[in-house]
Ligand binder design. Structure first.
Ligand SMILES: *Cc1c(COP(=O)(O)O)cnc(C)c1O
Length: 356
């Protein structure tokens, strides 16, 4: 996972005859590749977001007393625009991201764009940066909406002014080859989220505290951290930035999203797909010991889509899962999910939004 070493200076280059920016799509990574435009909309406290616009991508200016800098009043979202073989550019369930931002904004005392203006802004951002959307199969344009309390305030209180920003970066597919599997470390010292906290919304405040446990796990050779519930330390919750599922005797289980787990759009979609395929899906508490006995485990999120878990390490015990079985649940579900996204499987649910 080397960061992309592509600088924004390339963006001043011309597009090629097919309308793409002149970069080597095969060397794309997950790092930030800045694009041409970003979207910006502002409003005051107790008002509504009404009009935003595309502006050239670049730095933003903030007061040192901006609420987001001092007190972390901010939310983010993550979604993708995908270019299909037929040239269509599509978004996947953008209404879900819009709604999730609204729920988060309520928790963080911020005004937020309504669903339609949110989706419209995402579309505008994707189309303005169209030459940066990778060719079919080479990746996607990762779209990052932000909602920030940018107004200056000294005491702890909601900011007097807010900024909704969207920027985008092309990223490669997580699976370059069918090789990636996560080696998860079950964290029993640090918690990610507590009851009544902000773990159930995409608050920017959730992520800095997770950097230390993640760095520790990576230093010890693990791919990521699996968190336990903070109340009892017995039940699995989620990985740093993706949700987790387990499969035992063909029954799929995942922890319930009751405030301490981020309700992933991929998670929700995977549950719906699995149920439609006739599988039983349970949303329930899962003790870590039960996960260790599972036949299979996998994680879901916009960035990774679906990725198998290769091993789990809990205290001194390491359990390995087979990840190469072609009958595995994660392969079945991910092929349907990806098929709906790229148009090979008919979208009967209205999940796909074409934007060009
Ligand atoms: C964003 C995120 C997820 C995954 O959500 P998706 O909507 O599927 O991308 C899971 N957990 C955390 C903590 C997240 O921030």
């Amino acid at each position: 996972m080397a960061p992309a070493a592509i600088s924004s200076s390339i963006s001043s280059g011309l597009s090629d005859e097919n309308g793409y920016v002149d970069i080597d799509w095969d060397t794309l990574g997950f790092g930030l590749t800045s694009t041409d435009y970003m979207y910006k909309m502002k409003c005051f406290k107790d008002e509504e977001f009404t009009e935003g616009k595309l502006i050239p991508y670049g730095n933003i200016e903030l007061s040192p007393a901006a609420c987001v800098l001092n007190y972390g009043q901010g939310l983010f979202e993550g979604m993708k625009a995908i270019r299909r073989e037929d040239g269509k550019v599509v978004l996947f369930r953008p209404d879900e991201n819009a709604l999730r931002m609204r729920i988060g904004a309520e928790r963080m005392c911020m005004p937020s764009p309504s669903v339609d203006p949110f989706i419209d802004a995402v579309k505008q951002t994707a189309l303005a940066n169209k030459r940066w959307i990778p060719p079919p199969g080479k990746g996607s344009l990762y779209i990052r909406p932000l909602l920030l309390g940018t107004g200056a305030i000294l005491g702890v209180a909601p900011a007097p002014e807010y900024t909704f920003l969207i920027y985008a970066s092309p990223v490669r597919n997580y699976f370059k080859e069918e090789s990636a599997a996560l080696n998860l470390y079950v964290e029993d010292q640090f918690d990610r989220a507590s009851r009544g906290g902000a773990g159930g919304v995409k608050s920017i405040t959730n992520y800095a505290p997770a950097m230390k446990p993640l760095a520790k796990a990576k230093n010890n050779g693990y791919s990521d951290v699996l968190y336990l519930d903070s109340a009892t330390g017995k039940y699995i919750e989620e990985v740093s930035a993706c949700n987790i599922f387990m499969v035992k005797d063909k029954i799929i289980s995942t922890p319930p999203t009751k405030g301490t787990i981020l309700p992933g759009v991929t998670r929700k979609s995977m549950i719906e797909i699995a149920r439609e395929q006739g599988f039983k899906v349970e949303e329930r508490q899962i003790a870590v010991e039960e996960l260790l006995e599972a036949d299979e485990a996998f994680c879901t999120g916009t960035a990774v889509v679906v990725v198998p878990v290769g091993s789990i390490t809990y205290q001194a015990k390491r359990v390995e899962y087979g990840t190469t079985d072609t009958n595995s649940m994660y392969k079945k579900l991910s092929s349907i999910y990806v098929g709906i996204q790229n148009g090979q499987i008919e979208d009967k649910k209205g999940w796909i939004v074409e934007i060009n």
